[in-house]
Each structure stands twice: as C-alpha cells, then as structure tokens.
Design a protein around this ligand. Structure first.
Ligand code: HEM
Ligand SMILES: *[C@@H]1O[C@H](CO)[C@@H](O)[C@H](O)[C@H]1NC(C)=O
Ligand SMILES: *[C@@H]1O[C@H](CO)[C@@H](O)[C@H](O)[C@H]1NC(C)=O
Ligand SMILES: CC(=O)N[C@H]1CO[C@H](CO)[C@@H](O)[C@@H]1O
Length: 348
C-alpha cells in the first residue's frame, strides 16, 4: 500500500491542481483508460435525444423541493462504481433465492434515492424503451443533483451498460469502511484506479449530507474523545475535537437511538469548503474523514483548497468524479440495458 502514497509538494493551490491532473492522467492511462475511451459525450444523441434533458429536468425539479436528495444520489453513484464498476448493480433488488444484493450490505442500509432513480428511469423508458441504461441514468442524475444545489458540474460521457449481478459480499469487501485508516483507504481507492488525490477530493462530497451516529459512535463512546480505531490503534487518526464530541454525546448522539448529524454542520445542503475546514479542526465526523489529515501531502492539499476560492475545489472534485464515473464500466455488448432498474431483464 505504501506504493500508492506519492510524495508531492503541497500548499500552493495551482501547483496542487496541476499535480492532481498529472496523477489522474498516469492512472487513467493504466487501469481504466481503455474502458473510459468507450464512453462518449452524447452517446444517446441519435438513439434517445431527450434522455439527458428528461433526467436533468426531473432531478432539478425534485432537488428543488427536497434538496437532501442531492447527497443521496451522489452517494448512490459512488457506491455503484465501487462494486463491479458503475453498472447500476447497486440498484438491483435481492433475488430472494439466497442472493443478497449490494443493497443488503451494511454500508447500504443508509442509502437513499432508489425510488427517484426508478421514477426517472420510468420517464426515460416511456420516451425510448430499452435504450438508456440505469447506470447512465444514475451517473447523470448524480451530476445534475449536485449542480442543482449550486455545486460543481462535470462531464458525464455515456454508454455504460447495466450489470446483471449484485452481491452483498462484494459490497462489504469493496465499499470503504468509515473506520479505515488513510493507508487502507488509499489502498482500496487504488484498486479502483483512483489516486490518493481522488480520495482527498472525492471525500469532499461529505460537504453535503448526513451521517447516522452509529457510523461514528466509536469515536464518541470508546474511551472518551474517540481514541482507538478498528485495530485498537490510538494514533491514527486523531480523536474528534473534545468539545464537539461532548456536544454530540449530549445532544444528537445519546446512547439510545440513532440520530443523524450533518457532516458539514450549518451548510449540509451547500457544496462548499466547510467540510474541509471541519476536518482541519478535527471535526470531521467519520474516522475516515479525520484520517485525511494524517497524511502530510493530503493535509497540504486540503489546506491549499481551503485557502483558495471554492471554484478550485469544484474543478478538482469534478475531475475526480469523471474518473470515478468511468471505473470498470461495461460498454459495447457487455451487460444489458435494464428495463426496470431493480431487476435484471431475464426475470426474478
Ligand atoms: C473515502 C471513503 C468513504 C467512506 C468511508 C464513506 C463513508 C460514509 C458514511 C459512513 C456515511 C454516512 C452514512 C450514514 O450513517 O447515514 C457517508 C455519507 C455520505 N457519503 Fe461517504 N464515504 C466515503 C467516500 C465518499 C465518496 C467518494 C462520496 C461521493 C463522491 C461520498 C458521498 C457521501 C454522501 C453524499 C453522503 C451523505 C449521504 C446522505 O446524506 O444520505 N462518500 N459516507
Ligand atoms: C425492489 O425492492 C423494493 C424495496 O424492498 C420494493 O419496494 C420494490 O417494489 C422492488 N422492486 C421490484 C421490481 O421488485
Ligand atoms: C497504528 O497506525 C499507524 C499509522 O497507520 C501504523 O504505522 C502503526 O503500525 C499502527 N500500530 C498498530 C499497533 O497497529
Ligand atoms: C435501502 C436498502 O435497500 N436497504 C436495505 C439494506 O439491507 C437491509 C438488510 O440487511 C435491508 O433490510 C434494507 O432494506
């Protein structure tokens, strides 16, 4: 895993961005360059010219009414891409024949937004039956939802095909756990062709949305202040800010019940630099958030981003999203175009 950690200069925002691009290009050429080349902008221009407009209009309308859905869709797309690539396997229901699906894995139990994707897909199917994949609908919807709350936008080339397999076991193995250390997170991202910088910038997604107390309770109730990680290691990462931890114990995260806490308190519906500021002040809720500042180069990147206009973060975030959206995609005649995102075409 040590090999995935690069030495980089940090601190100067423009240098940070240039180096980030270089890292992505190097990785893209190796691991996912081939697959990525097969996606293209406007893949449905001929076969379903209304597709992207239908998705965008519905998502903007819905996010306007229920802005918390933006976080839900962004997280859904990320979870999809981390298991079997961005192939909408996250949307499949379990078959009931002992086949527990990705949805059934513990990290998925707090996922939201399935119903919205099913509705958008229904509208797209009505316009062009059997043409547009669920994986593309999800990738487009995540982008449009983030843009709709004033966040960054990014290019979403299309042409993804839907997978036919969804496995709870794989989700458990491949979705990063919030208890992971920086080297563990970086190692898991590397298996998806994602760099250390992708890890740093994509974690910035936690500037929107909420976490349940159970996702970080060990930091509140394990020896006070949150000492120790999954391996009983007290040094990585640093504990949650003591005053903030005490406040959470008294209010939102009492031992009984499972409350929810905004990951970027005060601006959890706004895509901004608040999350990184919180992380630098040891107020990143998850151990994986706190872990980011245990790596000197990552810490320098974050410090640089916080000192720059938000557009700088938007740009690198969008670039990393484009890389994420191309992870292990199925194209050409692989997979299928699912008609109903919750079931494979052949039945069940
Ligand atoms: C680096 C590894 C990551 C870990 C360990 C992690 C873990 C988590 C956890 C535990 C939650 C809270 C779930 C809950 O308790 O309800 C969460 C929420 C969220 N995550 Fe991550 N995450 C990671 C990376 C990402 C990435 C790469 C993205 C997207 C690009 C993302 C987007 C989100 C969003 C938007 C939410 C809020 C969801 C909501 O409001 O319903 N996360 N994450
Ligand atoms: C998939 O599962 C959800 C939740 O259990 C259910 O509401 C939905 O009807 C299922 N969809 C299909 C097509 O079976
Ligand atoms: C604790 O974590 C640090 C940093 O990841 C690591 O170098 C060290 O070996 C760990 N110690 C134990 C006892 O696991
Ligand atoms: C959203 C979703 O599908 N959540 C499921 C997560 O897994 C549990 C079982 O482990 C299901 O009960 C939830 O419905």
């Amino acid at each position: 895993m040590a090999s995935t950690r690069r030495r980089r200069a940090g601190g100067v925002p423009m240098a940070v961005i240039r180096l980030g691009v270089a890292a992505i290009v190097v990785l893209g050429a190796g691991v996912i360059g081939g697959a990525r080349a097969q996606l293209r902008m406007g893949f449905y221009d001929e076969s379903c010219p209304a597709a992207e407009r239908i998705v965008g209009e519905y998502v903007r309308q819905h996010v306007g009414r229920v802005p918390t859905v933006a976080a839900a869709l962004l997280r859904l797309h990320y979870h999809d891409c981390f298991v079997r690539g961005c192939d909408a396997s996250i949307l499949l229901n379990s078959t009931g024949n002992g086949g527990a699906a990705e949805k059934d894995a513990a990290p998925n139990q707090t996922l939201r937004g399935f119903d919205l994707i099913d509705r958008v897909k229904g509208l797209v199917e009505a316009a062009c039956p059997g043409v547009v994949s669920c994986a593309d609908v999800l990738a487009l919807a995540a982008r449009d939802a983030v843009a709709a709350i004033g966040g960054p936008s990014w290019r979403v080339p299309t042409g993804r095909r839907d997978g036919t397999v969804s496995s709870m076991q794989e989700a458990l193995a491949e979705i990063p756990s919030p208890a992971m250390s920086f080297p563990e997170l970086a190692g898991l991202f590397a298996t998806k062709g994602l760099s250390v910088r992708d890890l740093v910038w994509l974690s910035g997604a936690h500037t929107i949305g909420i976490a349940h107390c159970s996702s970080f309770a060990d930091r509140l109730y394990n020896g006070g202040g949150g000492a120790g990680n999954a391996n009983g290691n007290n040094t990585d990462p640093p504990p949650l800010d003591a005053a903030y931890a005490a406040n959470l114990r008294e209010r939102k995260c009492r031992t009984a019940g499972d409350g929810v806490v905004e990951m970027d308190p005060g601006s959890h519906l706004t895509f901004d630099l608040g999350y990184y500021r919180a992380v630098l002040r040891h107020r990143g809720l998850l151990r994986s958030d706190a872990a980011l500042v245990t790596d000197a180069a990552a810490r320098a990147d974050i410090t640089g981003a916080v000192a720059s206009p938000p557009e700088v973060f938007f740009q690198v975030f969008g670039r990393s999203m484009a890389t994420l959206g191309a992870v292990q995609v199925k194209t050409g005649s692989d997979g299928e175009i699912r008609r109903n995102c919750a079931v494979v075409n052949s039945g069940h």
